[in-house]
Design a binder for this molecule. Sequence first.
Ligand code: CS2
Ligand code: MG
Length: 402
Amino acid sequence: MKIISAKVIVTCPGRNFVTLKIMTDQGVYGIGDATMNGREKAVVAYLEDHVIPCLIGMDPRRIEDIWQYLYRGAYWRRGPVTMRAIAAVDVALWDIKAKMANMPLYQLLGGRSRDGIMVYGHANGSDIAETVDAVGQYIDLGYKAIRAQTGVPGIKDAYGVGRGKLFYEPADAALPSVTGWDTRKALNYVPKLFEKLRETYGFDHHLLHDGHHRYTPQEAANLGKMLEPYQLFWLEDVTPAENQEAFKLVRQHTVTPLAVGEIFNTIWDAKDLIQNQLIDYIRCTIVSAGGVTHLRRIADLASLYQVRTGSHGATDLSPVTMGTALHFDTWVPNFGIQEYMRHTEETDAVFPHDYHFASGELFCGEAPGHGVDIDEALAAKYPYKPAYLPVARLSDGTMWNW
Ligand code: CS2
Ligand code: MG
């Protein structure tokens, strides 16, 4: 069996997506996601100029060998561009293998470990009252877990606040828009949101919060401590994790569960956090962390230390990543939760898929492969549109972490 061709499809049905399609001499094809929010063209070039020429003629059944070829063979290891390109190839190859085996992907991974995949949705509002209402809407929709983000008085466009209900799309400007940040104001306001949420809805639902890399380790520890009475499911990216050691300080001061990893690309980014049991949930997902082949290694390492998975699932992760993640989640023994931000109708139409939502859970389908396809004719109707994530500055103009 041979790979005879491969192509990259860029489409913007409401937001940009980069998709790799690999064709074989047996008529079976596979699809992989290579989207990097705000830096899409870098991965397109990496795939078209440096990966596809090497793939032609290779045996698509040799998934592990091709992964090693692209990782070791590049010499320049790791990084968001390389690992997304590898992920796109890897996912397309798992799709092909599962189709050849006439099995849904989760069966090849080891079979079903659970019936449904608990997901969390994003509730947000410009202030506490609006966010409390938005959480209520998710509860009405049957969600068991909800992430709550609020605008903060005095901060311009605080992270996580959408422009419409049930929808949040940060990459929305042709050049990065400038948002604000003020840690003091956030530390005063965020605990009040969770106080109000527990007062209004009780303790039956899981509540989550994303710090989006904004706090220093000391401030993060303080926030974790202040949130303890509200029993969060997790506090995410509360301080940047380039320095994995920084989490020691946070961990020593709070029992609020910690989640990290949406910007990690390899097991090496997470190794110390996992081995030192400094986090409770690992957020790496298929597209950013080298595909099914590598994410499986991260999850297995995590399982030794009782760290559970909580895959990133914002709208910049295409339905191809979501579909593949759901097969992964259906199998992985140490599953925790799956993030789920709904895609637009246009996106869902471009990527026909067989997963579905019911009662706070997602379910992968039984079609052979990962169950997600791309309608190329429809995709062609939505040309690429440059769209950047915002940047953040403190009130004196200092650049901060968005
Ligand atoms: C986020 C994302 O989903 C999350 O937890 O942190 O909204 C993130 O900002 C985007 O995926 C960036 O592309
Ligand atoms: Mg996040």
